[in-house]
Design a protein around this ligand. Structure first.
Ligand code: ADP
Ligand code: ZN
Ligand code: ZN
Length: 818
């Protein structure tokens, strides 16, 4: 007999390459979340649509439960997710998981069960024996497990600390990883059960605190707040409830107050910061008129190339305001949000409660709240980082990507999507305008504009007719020959900084490395201290006095002698931000020196404090990494020093020149934004490199032409489509085996996919990261369609040859080739 029910395709949130089919008792809609069985566990999935013909003999399992009464994802977002899964060759379920930053419905636990052997062992003990051996921990454990199958490992360890390892060893028990459905966190309302005739005499201190709190403040809407205030546990409430002293009723989770400004935004940027919108300049008006016209015409992609300080932000704000007037919603993506509070303040002052922030710095709860405010249509403007491109906005008018060249828009784990490119595709699905803005557009976007795919709009002048900063290149080769200086500070830059201090003007210094030194080198045997998980040198951090890996976070104590040869001659090589900060404090006594980098950014309050003090002129010299080049507006800065402009130029990355050009141009854009003109000193060992020269001239067009020549000659994007395929595994043998399988596949199909160049296999530039060995293939093709077809076939081949998705990383349009 045929089983009843309807069949639907579900993208299960797991590393599974294709959607799975499940049986449902009644119809479900695309975009709805469901709980389904997956092997021995439960998993969340997104309904894609009804299943067509099934191949005979395929067994279909029953879905367990529908999680949301209505679809969580709109048809547009389901379509977008499927597009991403297809384009980036990512498991669809993992794409949807990335799109829904909601709390997982399931959680991972390890459960213990009796094995067959365990069962036999238990049956072998006759009941009398069991009686006798009651004291025996082993028997007790077996009996306990028989009664409580699937108990959590932690529970068993606590109860049978000694017997559990023995049972494991005897193979009586097995522990397995399972997904358990997370219990819904209930919110309870708590109130006193009527007037108490007389207070029971023997109340525990906790109970007394609870009752007194309720007497004082009245009923509590959310029991969690009450627990926090009284230091009590949920069981205390339940006990009092059973004793009839209080009443517990199931409440509802309250939505947080819409648009409530966050504490930080308020305390860091008080009033006055973002006042009334300024009068637009003629250049801004011209750009906006084009954009307004586009807005009425449905989908269109626009690249706004505006020099630093040309007032791009004002363009974004006006475009968003126009969307709202038309009853549409809008989205602005920025590379970094937690660290640029100014933009938050600006958005709040212009759009108030209509704004929702979406970024990774939020707590689960805040993100949940923000997401739902958008989903319910209470917030029509979203300001966020990469994944905010998936914000559940309806009726989108504009998707804006600020600093579109920024590499943080590319996600470096599955799904490896590029937020900017996804924004353009979503705009297409939504019939909206995609606006990409930058002073240094990526070659891809500028190329698209040149090809006529994007409309190109320009802002060529700074606001108020301010001049771009003058850039001076300092040749460090010559400097070194003449001075043999130990610290990377040329005489010219030193003199300029001294002049700044005399004139009470502010200076910003850019370095590429955080930490104190680049690495620790043994002068006797030449060994560097390396990460145990990755093939990179560890960086010395002075504050913690530890060596740290910037890739996986591994950290270790600083050895007093070389672990390899026992020599004491350990030498710190290179300068990081931490060291420069310290050196400068010594070099320029009396100057107030501070540092901003990712290490400081981790201590968020300190980061915001440094930013604010620098804005207020309480700091003379700010030393930092790229972070300080990103979008900040410090009117008092008149000198910017790029301490080492070339670190990027030595990397085996075809975008190294582009990165150096962008970095220098962007950081130069931080100088002279106020009324005083700015100067920039760029120290380099490659003063003749075109990236440095064009950046010094702030000549984007010149750089673009030259760099395009290189990309054409070497067959690199944007003229070719690129994909990176990496076989990876913690065991070197397995990585090699997978690489061999993949390489064999490429060799077999090469004829079929003529025109694709396949480089490799070879060790990836970072041959080992987070303990995984990595073997790389680089694929280039003039035809994106052909490359995509080949990769699709690769995925299919891997699925058939028992290669797990995690064992072959496929990165389409890679940004990082390391
Ligand atoms: P960009 O993002 O292009 O580097 P910003 O948007 O940060 O430039 O603008 C630079 C500065 O000019 C900001 O301080 C901004 O408030 C100011 N500004 C922008 N537009 C105007 C205008 N029309 N009139 C006066 N000041 C403006
Ligand atoms: Zn040594
Ligand atoms: Zn590491």
């Amino acid at each position: 007999m045929k089983p009843q029910g309807l069949l639907f395709n579900v993208a299960v949130m797991a590393a599974i390459r294709y959607p799975l089919t499940y049986r449902f008792p009644s119809p479900v809609s695309p975009g709805q979340r469901v709980l389904v069985p997956l092997a021995t566990r439960k998993a969340t999935g997104i309904v894609l649509g009804p299943t067509g013909e099934l191949a005979p003999g395929i067994e279909v399992r029953e879905a367990l439960r529908v999680l949301d009464p209505e679809p969580l994802l709109s048809a547009e977002l389901v379509r977008l997710g499927l597009w991403i899964a297809d384009y980036y060759l990512a498991p669809p379920g993992e794409v949807f998981r990335a799109m829904l930053p909601l709390r997982q419905e399931t959680r991972q636990t390890r459960q213990v069960r009796l094995t067959e052997e365990g069962r036999r062992a238990m049956q072998g003990l006759s009941s009398s024996l069991l009686e006798e051996s009651k004291g025996s921990q082993d028997a007790a454990l077996l009996l306990y497990l028989d009664r409580h199958p699937g108990v959590a490992v932690e529970t068993l360890q606590k109860r049978f600390a000694a017997a559990y390892p023995r049972a494991l060893e005897q193979k009586w028990v097995s522990a397995e990883e399972v997904q358990k459905e997370r219990r819904r966190r209930k919110v309870l309302a708590v109130r006193l059960a009527g007037p108490l005739p007389e207070r029971p005499a023997r109340l525990s201190p906790v109970a007394r605190r609870i009752i007194e709190a309720l007497e004082r403040q009245g009923p509590a809407e959310d029991h969690r707040a009450l627990l926090e205030a009284t230091g009590a546990q949920l069981t205390n409430l339940r006990t009092l409830g059973r004793a009839g002293l209080i009443e517990l009723t199931e409440g509802r989770a309250r939505e947080s107050v819409p648009g409530k400004p966050s504490e930080e935004a308020e305390c860091v940027f008080p009033s006055g910061e973002a006042g009334l919108p300024p009068q637009l300049t003629p250049a801004q008006s011209a750009v906006l008129n084009e954009l307004y016209a586009r807005l009425e015409r449905g989908f269109g992609a626009v690249l706004l190339h505006g020099v630093t300080g040309s007032g791009k932000t004002e363009i974004y704000l006006h475009l968003i305001a126009r969307c709202l007037e038309r009853g549409r919603s809008a989205l602005l993506l920025v590379p970094e949000i937690a660290l640029t509070p100014a933009i938050q303040a600006l958005f709040r002052s212009r759009f108030g409660a209509q704004v929702a922030l979406l970024h990774s710095g939020l707590t689960e709860r805040e993100r949940d709240d923000a997401w739902w405010r958008v989903r319910r249509g209470h917030a029509k403007v979203v300001l966020g980082t990469r994944s905010a491109v998936f914000a559940p906005l309806a009726n989108l008018g504009a998707l804006i990507v600020d600093e579109e060249h920024d590499s943080s828009y590319k996600q470096d784990e599955t799904p490896r999507y590029h937020g900017r490119d996804v924004a353009v595709v979503r705009a297409q699905f939504a019939g909206a305008v995609a606006l990409l803005g930058s002073a240094t557009p990526s070659l891809e976007s500028y190329w698209n504009a040149r090809q006529g795919k994007y409309l190109l709009l320009k802002l060529e002048e700074r606001i108020g007719g301010r001049k771009l900063a003058a850039v001076v290149v300092v040749d460090m080769r010559q400097e070194f020959r003449e001075t043999h200086t130990q610290i990377p500070l040329s005489r010219e830059l030193k003199a300029e900084i001294e002049a700044q201090i005399r004139d009470k003007a502010q200076t910003m210094l850019l370095l590429n490395r955080r930490g104190y030194s680049w690495f620790l080198l043994c002068r006797s045997c030449g060994q560097t201290q390396r990460c145990v998980n990755c093939s990179v040198a560890l960086t010395y951090h002075r504050r913690e006095h530890r060596l740290t890996c910037h890739y996986c976070g591994y950290s270790t104590a600083v050895p007093s002698v070389c672990p390899a040869c026992g020599s004491e001659y350990l030498h710190y090589v290179g300068e990081g931000t931490e060291k420069i900060e310290q050196k400068f404090a010594e070099l320029f006594p009396g100057a107030r020196v501070a540092r901003l980098d990712r290490d400081v950014a981790r201590r968020r309050r300190e980061f915001l404090r440094v930013l604010e003090e620098f804005r207020q002129g309480k700091i003379d010299i700010l030393v930092g990494t790229q972070l300080i080049a990103k979008g900040h507006d410090f009117p008092g800065v008149t000198l910017v020093g790029v301490v080492s402009a070339d670190v990027g130029l030595g990397l085996p990355d075809f975008r190294a020149a582009e990165r150096s050009f962008q970095l220098i141009t962007q950081v130069a854009g931080r100088a002279g934004r106020g009324s005083a003109p700015g100067r920039v000193l760029v120290q380099t060992f490659f003063p003749d490199h075109y990236a440095i020269r064009f950046a010094a001239e702030q000549n984007y067009e010149g750089f673009f032409s030259k760099e395009m020549g290189f990309r054409r000659m070497m067959h690199y994007p944007p003229v070719t489509a690129l994909a990176n395929v990496v076989a990876q595994h913690v065991k070197l043998e397995r990585a090699a085996q997978v690489a061999k399988e993949v390489g064999g596949f490429f060799t077999r199909v090469e004829v079929q996919f003529a025109g694709i160049k396949i480089l490799g296999p070879g060790p990836a530039p970072l041959a080992r990261v987070e303990r995984r060995y990595r073997i790389q293939f680089l694929l280039k093709s003039n035809s994106r369609a052909t490359l995509h077809a080949l990769l699709k076939q690769l995925v299919h081949h891997c699925a058939q040859s028992g290669i797990q998705p995690r064992e072959v990383m496929i990165d389409v349009d890679p940004v990082n080739l390391m």
